[in-house]
Design a protein around this ligand. Structure first.
Ligand SMILES: C[S@@+](CC[C@H](N)C(=O)[O-])C[C@H]1O[C@@H](n2cnc3c(N)ncnc32)[C@H](O)[C@@H]1O
Length: 416
């Protein structure tokens, strides 16, 4: 049997390192490495070859730039692709892969991923051995491989859908898809339209429902229905999986052409709140995480001022036996929303590893970036076990309807 090459050795040899200058070449190459025998390799092979040739020249590697020197690969990374995947998915607005982690745990193989932030890409590659493609608005939908599930926790940036929708309300000339142009939701919709995944799961902040008096969400729903999908949505709280109050809207769609309305999907029942903040705290904490007197005084003064105006508290001193507030991407600024009380000292902020735990990431998840970047990344991410709980019910539907067909038509050559 051919000796497998370790991914860590290839990474070192080819100097695979994500930084601000990283372009889609590295994405092509790593996507090909992960998908060289599973029926989607043609999407990546030519560009990956070209990139590899350029790399060999740049690094003065005298060997021919032939894939046979690299494949097959032993994936010595924290979250390798599953050996016998049961379905394929794509990971859009991937961040650091909180949704990918969930769907890999369910036996899925990621065949395409996109994320434009270079620090998030760095974390993603360190954990999954794959560099995401960049700006999704620049990616032609025909370049994306076929997949069973499309996943996307799209940014909660303000939408401009509603304005357009009002303008078009009288005598609507175009379909709803046109009304979403210029928004990132449009990019999700155009990919769904072209690729027709069997299902999708989208995630967003709870306020998406009420944004612009409900118009934004109405357009989103109408667009997805117009694409001939049956839509289910629900606001779910991560607190049943981790000690954090985090409400998010989850939108799930089933292709009517494929399921013919036969799916029996339900959102999972939420159990009991089982975890408390004290369960995720580390015992050894560097002094730098304790708030300075200046910052702690400022936060208290700020809270006092706002309380006097009847605006509630500005910071969240967490009850160690309870759950925390929602961690946001701005946690790096002062940590105000989740502060940990300490005996005889000012409170402290969470350490990045504790933030990872607060989102349900296992401790094997590598954090290769600065504290500030890590706070942003975990704050932007998801309660991964909640995604897995929803995903389990979606995957069951897919496997139930035509599971055998999927298994037969899809074998992956990645070896371990
Ligand atoms: C809410 S976060 C999703 C986080 C992800 N679910 C996770 O587990 O980490 C949205 C992500 O979309 C990315 N993003 C925003 N605009 C993008 C674009 N045009 N192309 C690709 N990624 C984009 C952001 O950098 C951010 O990481």
């Amino acid at each position: 049997m051919k000796k497998l090459k370790k991914y860590s050795d290839i990474r070192e040899r080819l100097k695979i390192e994500v930084d601000k200058k990283t372009d889609n070449g590295l994405a092509q190459l790593t996507h090909y490495f992960q998908n060289h025998t599973n029926g989607v390799s043609q999407y990546y092979k030519n560009d990956a070859k070209e990139y590899l040739t350029g790399l060999h020249e740049k690094l003065n590697i005298t060997k021919e730039p032939d894939f046979q020197y690299y494949l097959p690969i032993k994936w010595d990374i924290p979250f390798p692709p599953p050996k016998n995947p049961e379905f394929k998915f794509i990971d859009l607005f991937a961040g650091i892969g909180g949704i990918r982690l969930a769907y890999q745990n369910l036996g899925g193989k990621c065949v395409f991923t996109s994320e434009w932030d270079s620090y998030s890409k760095k974390t993603y590659e360190a954990n999954f051995g794959e560099v995401p493609f960049g700006d999704i608005t620049q990616i032609d939908e025909t370049k994306i491989p076929d997949h069973d599930i499309l996943l996307g926790g799209f940014p909660c940036q303000p939408f401009s859908i509603a304005g357009v929708s009002k303008k078009n309300a009288l005598g609507k000339k175009h379909g709803f898809l046109d009304e979403t142009q210029g928004t990132l939701f449009f990019d999700i919709a155009r990919i769904i339209k072209h690729k027709r995944p069997k299902t999708f799961m989208l995630e967003n902040v709870k306020n998406l429902i009420s944004h612009d008096k409900g118009n934004t969400f109405k357009v989103i729903q109408s667009t997805l229905k117009e694409l001939n999908y049956t839509i289910y949505f629900k606001v779910l709280d991560g607190k049943y999986f981790v000690p954090q109050h985090r409400e998010r809207i989850i939108i799930v769609g089933f292709d009517n052409e494929y399921f013919k309305g036969k799916e029996t999907f339900k959102f999972p029942e939420m159990g009991e709140v089982k975890f408390a903040i004290k369960d995720i705290l580390l015992t050894e904490v560097d002094a730098k995480y304790t708030l300075s007197d200046k910052l702690w005084n400022y936060l208290q003064e700020y809270a006092k001022k706002h309380k006097a105006k009847g605006n509630g508290f500005g910071f969240g001193l967490t009850d160690l036996n309870g759950i925390s507030r929602t961690m946001s991407a701005r946690y790096y600024k002062d940590g105000a929303e989740i502060l940990i009380p300490q005996e005889g000292k000012n409170p402290r902020r969470l350490m990045p590893r504790e933030c990872a735990r607060l989102q349900g990431f296992p401790d094997s998840f590598v954090i290769p970036v600065s504290d500030n970047q890590a706070y942003k990344q975990f704050g932007n991410s998801v309660v991964s076990p909640l995604m897995e709980a929803v995903g389990k019910n979606i995957v069951e539907e897919i496997l139930k309807i035509n599971g055998e067909h999927i298994k037969q038509s899809y074998t992956i050559g990645t070896e371990f």
